[in-house]
Design a protein around this ligand. Structure first.
Ligand SMILES: Nc1ncnc2c1ncn2[C@@H]1O[C@H](COP(=O)(O)OP(=O)(O)OP(=O)(O)O)[C@@H](O)[C@H]1O
Ligand SMILES: [Mg+2]
Length: 372
C-alpha cells in the first residue's frame, strides 16, 4: 500500500493534538500509525539521507508514543477518544509473528554457487546427516550474515535456506520492531523465540539488520536500548547440538554500520558476501526471468550476458519485465501478438543503467578485507 506525506501529516497532527488534550490512549494509536507511515516512506526514500531523516522522525514518534503509556488519561480524554486498537497491549503472538514456509529453493537462485555450498555445509548437511554430524562433532546451524549490494538475492537466499531444510521461517523486520512491538517489545521477542524453538526446525531472519543499530547514541529509542540486547542474548542462548534446530540469518547492504556486538560468536558470526552475478549467473538469471515468456529467435542470451555486466539480479528481472511490456502493450492496442525481440531487450538495457555503482563495490571490498 502506498502511503503519502499527507496521510502521515494527518496522523501526526491528530496524535499531537490528542497528546495535548491529555488523551494519551488515542495519541499513542495515532503516533504509532504515523510512525509506521514514516517507516514506509523511509523504505521508498530516494536517497539514504532522506531515508535516515525519515527513520529519525519515526523513532521520535515512537518515543513520544512510549511516553503516552506512562501518562494517565486526562479529563478531556473521553471526548477525543474515537479509536480503540485491538492490538494494544501486545495481543496474541500469532497476530504479529510472520511465520512462513517459503517455496523458493536454491535452484531458483542464479549463481552464488560457493555461497550455497558454504550454507549447505553450515546449515544443511548437519541436519540431513545427524549421525555423521554427531560422530565428527560438527555443530548444526548458527548465525550467518548475508551482506552485499541491493538486489543481489539476499532476502531470497534467506527464504531458500529455510526451504532447503524444510524449516519454518520467522521474520523480524526492524521496522516492525519499531512500530508494532511498541508496548510489550520484550514479551514479544520472547514469544517469537519461544514459537521458533517449539518448531522442529526454524530460521529466524532479520532483514535489514543494520536498522537495529542506532546511528547515534541519542537516536536510540527506549525500545531499541532494551530489545536489541535481548535479541542478541536470545540468539546466543539456543543449544546448537540439540535435535531442534534454530538458525538465524541476517541481511544488510550496509554491513559497516553493524555493531561489533551483533557479529560476536554465537550471533551473526559467519559473514558471507553476496555480490553481483558473474556471467554464468547472468545467463541463468536470463533463463529464470525470460524462460516463461515468448522470445524471438534473434534473442541471444550470450550477447545479453555481456551487455548486462554490472547489473544485479533485481536489475535483470526489471529488464525482463520492461522488455515484455513492449509487445504486450502493442497487443493490447490491437496489433498482432508477437515475441519479444533482441531489440526490445537491448533498448531497455540501454535506458536502464545498473543500480549498483562501482564506488559501492569498492566499499564492500574494503569491508571484506578489513571487516569495517
Ligand atoms: N541471484 C538471483 N537469482 C534469481 N533472482 C534474483 C537473484 N538476485 C536477485 N533476484 C531477483 O531480484 C529480486 C530482489 O532480490 P532480493 O530482494 O533477494 O535482493 P536483496 O539482495 O535482498 O536486496 P536488498 O539489499 O535491496 O534488500 C528477487 O525477488 C529476484 O526476482
Ligand atoms: Mg533484501
Amino acid at each position: 500500500m502506498a502511503v503519502s506525506f499527507a496521510t502521515f501529516e494527518r496522523l501526526k497532527s491528530k496524535g499531537v493534538a490528542s497528546y495535548k488534550d491529555g488523551d494519551y490512549r488515542a495519541a499513542k494509536a495515532y503516533l504509532v500509525d504515523a510512525a509506521e507511515c514514516m517507516i514506509e516512506l523511509a523504505e521508498s526514500a530516494k536517497s539514504t539521507d532522506a531515508q535516515r531523516q525519515h527513520e529519525e522522525i519515526a523513532a521520535e514518534l515512537i518515543s513520544l508514543a512510549k511516553e503516552c503509556d506512562a501518562r494517565k488519561d486526562g479529563p478531556k480524554a473521553a471526548r477525543g477518544r474515537q479509536r480503540e486498537r485491538e492490538d494494544e497491549g501486545g495481543g496474541d503472538a500469532s497476530d504479529w509473528i510472520v511465520k512462513d514456509k517459503p517455496t523458493v529453493g536454491f535452484d531458483d537462485i542464479a549463481g552464488l554457487e560457493d555461497v550455497k555450498e558454504e550454507i549447505r555445509l553450515m546449515m544443511i548437511y548437519p541436519f540431513a546427516h545427524p549421525e555423521l554430524a554427531a560422530k565428527y562433532g560438527i555443530s548444526t546451524g548458527g548465525g550467518i550474515l548475508l551482506y552485499g549490494p541491493p538486489g543481489t538475492g539476499k532476502t531470497m537466499l534467506a527464504k531458500a535456506i529455510a526451504h532447503e531444510i524444510d524449516a519454518t521461517f520467522f521474520v523480524i523486520s526492524p521496522a516492525q520492531l519499531l512500530s508494532k512491538w511498541v508496548g510489550e517489545a520484550e514479551q514479544n521477542v520472547r514469544k517469537l523465540f519461544d514459537a521458533a524453538k517449539s518448531e522442529e526446525r526454524s530460521v529466524i531472519f532479520i532483514d535489514e539488520v543494520d536498522a537495529l543499530v542506532p546511528r547515534r547514541k541519542s537516536d536510540s529509542s527506549a525500545v531499541m536500548q532494551r530489545v536489541v540486547p535481548q535479541i542478541l542474548q536470545e540468539l546466543e542462548g539456543f543449544d546448537r547440538k540439540s535435535d531442534r534446530a534454530l538458525l538465524f540469518v541476517g541481511a544488510t547492504n550496509r554491513p559497516w554500520l553493524l555493531d561489533e556486538a551483533m557479529l560476536r560468536p554465537g550471533r551473526l558470526d559467519s559473514k558471507v558476501y553476496i555480490g553481483l552475478p558473474d556471467p554464468p549467473a547472468r545467463y541463468r538469471l536470463l533463463e529464470i526471468h525470460f524462460g516463461h515468456r515468448p522470445l524471438d529467435n534473434d534473442v541471444d542470451f550470450g550477447e545479453l550476458c555481456d551487455r548486462l555486466e554490472g547489473y544485479s539480479g533485481a536489475d535483470i528481472r526489471n529488464v525482463a519485465e520492461q522488455a515484455s511490456q513492449v509487445p504486450f502493450l502493442e497487443a493490447v492496442a490491437g496489433k498482432a501478438d508477437r515475441s519479444i525481440t533482441m531489440k526490445d531487450i537491448v533498448t531497455v538495457i540501454e535506458a536502464n543503467r545498473p543500480s549498483v555503482h562501482a564506488s559501492d563495490l569498492v566499499r564492500f571490498e574494503q569491508f571484506r578485507q578489513t571487516g569495517k
